[in-house]
Design a protein around this ligand. Structure first.
Ligand SMILES: Nc1ncnc2c1ncn2[C@@H]1O[C@H](COP(=O)(O)OP(=O)(O)OP(=O)(O)O)[C@@H](O)[C@H]1O
Ligand SMILES: [Mg+2]
Length: 261
């Protein structure tokens, strides 16, 4: 369904002061595929290029070379109409739930936004869809008219997930969606994500530096090190990985998770 093919990305140095510095390679020759209804975990240390990869897959950042194909269509070589159709099927949930939303909007408005962009619904239809979406992520209708500041991080992240699934997308990029939440809330949200994957046949690209969370949600895992995929494997074979870099990364990340922040 998603084919990432030999993607390379360098960030240039735009300032005059740094003009002689060589452009920094954020991704080098990254290739992998995501099958329908499966989750691909992307593990890597800070600065490995995970978010850059997420943005490229969402159509937000053109790669320098290589391609991203979604259901056979090249994201960066298609016309506007096709891109809009693809965009509907590609959604995202970011780590920082508060900055992902407009603080002046209510929960109802936040979830209604994608629906209003793509659907023509009556006020009543819209409300019942929003309530249903909230229930899917374990929230009740009583939250409809609250604004982000009146929600906990875990509740607001659920609202972000409800917004991401509002248009029945096929793929959701989850860029460290659990990192700012406590362990109990992380577990509950992982369970909702797992249920959604099974009930809706959703696919995920799950970017994380939490080995156990990746293990819980993913079918396959790719280890990204300094912009390169050093190894990819079945999620349940993660601890038997063979490449020295992935062993080092997986164990370093696992140790850091165990010790806590
Ligand atoms: N807009 C940008 N301009 C210049 N360099 C950037 C930009 N965004 C990211 N980089 C650099 O590209 C590399 C990869 O960054 P990226 O944000 O993709 O890493 P990451 O794996 O998501 O890290 P983290 O786990 O900290 O979120 C880093 O060295 C970073 O400094
Ligand atoms: Mg990142």
């Amino acid at each position: 369904m998603l084919v990432v093919d030999h993607v390379t990305k360098k960030y240039g140095t735009s300032s005059w002061f740094h003009r002689n510095k060589p452009a920094k390679s954020a991704l080098s020759d990254v290739s992998f595929t995501v099958e329908p209804g499966t989750c691909m975990g992307i593990l890597g240390e800070s600065g490995a290029g995970k978010s850059t990869l997420g943005k490229i897959i969402l159509g937000l950042l053109p790669p320098d070379s290589g391609s991203v194909r979604f259901e056979g269509v090249d994201l960066y070589r298609s016309d506007r109409h096709t891109r809009k159709k693809i965009r509907r099927n590609l959604q995202v949930v970011f780590q920082d739930c508060y900055s992902a939303v407009n603080p002046r909007m209510t929960v109802r408005q936040i979830i209604a936004e994608p629906l209003r962009n793509f659907e023509r619904l009556s006020a009543q239809q819209e409300r019942s869809i929003i309530v249903e979406l909230l229930e899917t992520v374990g929230l009740a209708a009583e939250h409809l008219d609250k604004n982000p500041r009146q929600m906990s991080g875990g509740q607001l992240q659920r609202v972000n997930i409800a917004r991401a699934i509002a248009l029945n997308p096929k793929l959701i990029v989850l860029d460290e969606p659990l990192s700012s939440l406590d362990m109990i809330v992380q577990k509950q949200i992982l369970q909702h994500l797992n249920e959604l994957k099974d009930s809706k046949g959703l696919s995920y690209l799950f970017i994380s530096h939490d080995v156990m969370a990746v293990n819980n949600l993913s079918d396959r895992v790719a280890v990204l090190d300094k912009g390169m995929i050093v190894e990819s494997m079945e999620a349940n074979a993660m601890f038997e990985c063979s490449h020295p870099s992935s062993q080092r990364i997986i164990h370093a990340i696992h140790e850091a998770n165990r010790l806590g922040p």
